[in-house]
Design a protein around this ligand. Structure first.
Ligand SMILES: [Fe+2]
Ligand SMILES: [Fe+2]
Length: 163
């Protein structure tokens, strides 16, 4: 995992604090994500990588919103495999559901809303991320998802068999 500097680590911990300790957010640890991890750990990773890349590239971003949006981007409080949804329905609809939950349980701002709603582009073809923060989270989500899937081929990481 890429390293944050000491001061950046302190900032990161500060930004995640009100979201990461929430019981509903913690419950995301009950849902397997990308075969090798949980939605909670995946979301934390996406937040960490998004913050790290923004710092390393010296991008002028709304850091707190970048991190909160990343943490809540998959805030789906169910296991889609136990619903009637197909995989492709889940892929297309879960950003809207995550946004609904994030609005309901957290006081998210319009930028955080955009980050969540547009993180699945180009699957959600009309939801093109235009804000820097949304583009970063969309890209880091893909990086983390690919890494999660690759890890699942190694028995020590594999969590469950998914459909
Ligand atoms: Fe997602
Ligand atoms: Fe994700």
């Amino acid at each position: 995992m890429p390293k944050l500097k000491k001061e950046e680590k302190r900032q990161f911990s500060n930004y995640i604090s009100d979201v990461v300790d929430n019981d509903l957010v913690k419950s995301l640890d009950n849902y397997t994500q990308h075969r090798s991890t949980t939605t909670y750990k995946h979301s934390l990773n996406v937040a960490y990588y998004s913050f790290w890349i923004a710092k390393r590239l010296g991008l002028n971003v709304e850091e707190k919103s970048l991190i909160r949006g990343a943490l809540l981007h998959d805030f789906n409080l169910y296991d889609w495999r136990k619903t009637n949804m197909t995989s492709s329905e889940h892929l297309r609809t879960h950003p809207k559901i995550a946004r609904y939950n994030a609005k309901k349980y957290f006081n998210i701002n319009p930028l955080e809303e955009e980050i969540i709603l547009k993180h699945m582009w180009p699957v959600t073809i009309s939801k093109i991320p235009t804000k820097k923060e949304a583009i970063i989270v969309c890209a880091m989500d893909s990086v983390c998802a690919i890494s999660d899937f690759i890890k699942s081929f190694f028995p020590k990481y594999k969590k469950v068999k998914e459909v």
